[in-house]
Design a protein around this ligand. Structure first.
Ligand SMILES: NC(=O)c1ccc[n+]([C@@H]2O[C@H](COP(=O)([O-])OP(=O)(O)OC[C@H]3O[C@@H](n4cnc5c(N)ncnc54)[C@H](O)[C@@H]3O)[C@@H](O)[C@H]2O)c1
Ligand SMILES: O=C(O)C[C@H](O)C(=O)O
Length: 336
């Protein structure tokens, strides 16, 4: 029995993400929460003849907490795409004022109703919203850092697609699983193309092409925000990316093979490899890195990758660390 709750299920990401989750045969119950429109989304999904049951939860007023608590009750995994998206000209940090309070109130609900759930945070700015969830759960005495995941998978999905586009004929996007580390906004996003199977393709590029490729991964979100022209940011590619992480987590419960994904995590010393990672990232409390997944959540941080970076990537990491420190501090302060 696996119950998954989606908070913000009627939104641009929430709807396609809920569709993908409805199709996953490991999920027995899909719980859909939003402050608008969610009964319609649930009715629609409920006609699909896959086995997960669907229930919807819509609060009757701003003060009504029972809908959220009901949606979360007994959830094993909670995915959060609730909040406002960017418009052209905005940074993700510009979303902080609105999304921080939304995330905090949802985290309070999780603490009360599903304190053992794995929590996947999609809402921006991820660099700060994940620390907010951590602080909120700490205050409620239910925090387990191994169960908190900032969703940075879209950066990897983009990194794979964009390098393949530079080598048409020689490669396809699905050939790659580029490591992208750091955070999830602009220069905090650091693709490590020089490591692993992408290296030989990356090394064939000119210096100019390398720079453009890295910039495209770092600012890929802007391409979608501009193309949507005021109607929001990435939703379909994000639903795919969020689903990929959720699917891997669920798969890791029973898989005999190691399941590894990147996530923006709290480098808490209770997680294997986190203390080593924290030293390598200058003491930052949160950072996106590859992690080994298992039934208790994040079982190990694969920090070794940080010892293999090129001199150019080291420079990108220095910039990322400086910006991340501020984003983390802002989230922690708000969470407290
Ligand atoms: N992590 C990533 O890689 C990534 C990628 C794309 C978008 N995002 C972020 O995801 C968030 C959602 O984007 P979207 O395009 O789906 O936006 P959207 O506006 O289409 O949908 C957001 C949904 O959240 C709901 N919502 C608002 N307040 C809520 C609350 N208190 N409880 C429950 N639901 C609430 C809204 O009613 C809406 O249905 C944004 O913050 C966006 O920046 C993150
Ligand atoms: O760009 C955004 O604001 C949404 C998301 O973080 C993305 O990377 O597409």
């Amino acid at each position: 029995m696996v119950k998954v709750a989606v908070l913000g299920a009627a939104g641009g990401i929430g709807q396609p993400l809920s569709l993908l989750l409805k199709l996953n045969s490991n999920i027995t119950e899909l719980s859909l929460f939003d402050v608008v429109n969610v009964p319609g989304v649930g009715a629609d999904l409920s006609h699909i003849n896959s086995d997960a049951s669907t229930k919807t939860f819509l609060p009757s007023s701003k003060e009504d907490k029972t809908a959220l608590l009901g949606a979360l009750k007994g959830a094993d995994l909670v995915v959060i795409p609730a909040g406002v998206p960017r418009k052209p000209g905005m940074t993700r940090d510009d979303l902080f004022n609105i999304n921080a309070s939304i995330i905090k109130s949802l985290a309070e609900g999780i603490a009360e109703s599903s304190p053992k759930a794995f929590v996947l945070v999609i809402s921006n700015p991820v660099n700060s919203t994940v620390p907010i969830v951590a602080e909120t759960l700490k205050q409620k005495g239910v925090y387990d850092p191994a169960r908190l995941f900032g969703v940075t998978t879209l950066d990897i999905v983009r990194a794979n697609t964009f390098i393949a586009q530079l080598h048409p004929g020689d490669s396809k996007p699905s050939d790659f699983n580029v490591n992208v580390v750091g955070g999830h906004s602009g220069e905090t996003i650091v693709p490590l193309y020089s490591i692993g199977s992408s290296a030989s393709f990356y090394n064939k590029l000119s210096e100019e092409q390398k720079k453009e490729l890295i910039h495209r991964v770092q600012f890929g979100g802007d391409e979608v925000v501009q193309a949507k022209n005021g109607a929001g940011s990435a939703t379909l590619s994000m639903a795919y990316a969020g689903y990929r992480l959720a699917e891997s987590i669920l798969k890791s419960f029973t898989s005999k093979e190691e399941v590894v994904e990147n996530t923006y995590l709290n480098l808490d010393a209770s997680i294997k490899g986190a203390a080593e990672a924290k030293k390598l990232v200058g003491g930052l409390e949160f950072f996106s890195l590859p992690v080994k997944l298992g039934k208790n959540g994040i079982e190990e941080v694969k920090y070794e990758i940080l010892t293999k970076v090129s001199a150019d990537e080291e420079k990108l990491l220095a910039v990322a660390k400086e910006q991340l420190a501020k984003n983390i501090e802002k989230g922690v302060a708000f969470g407290k």
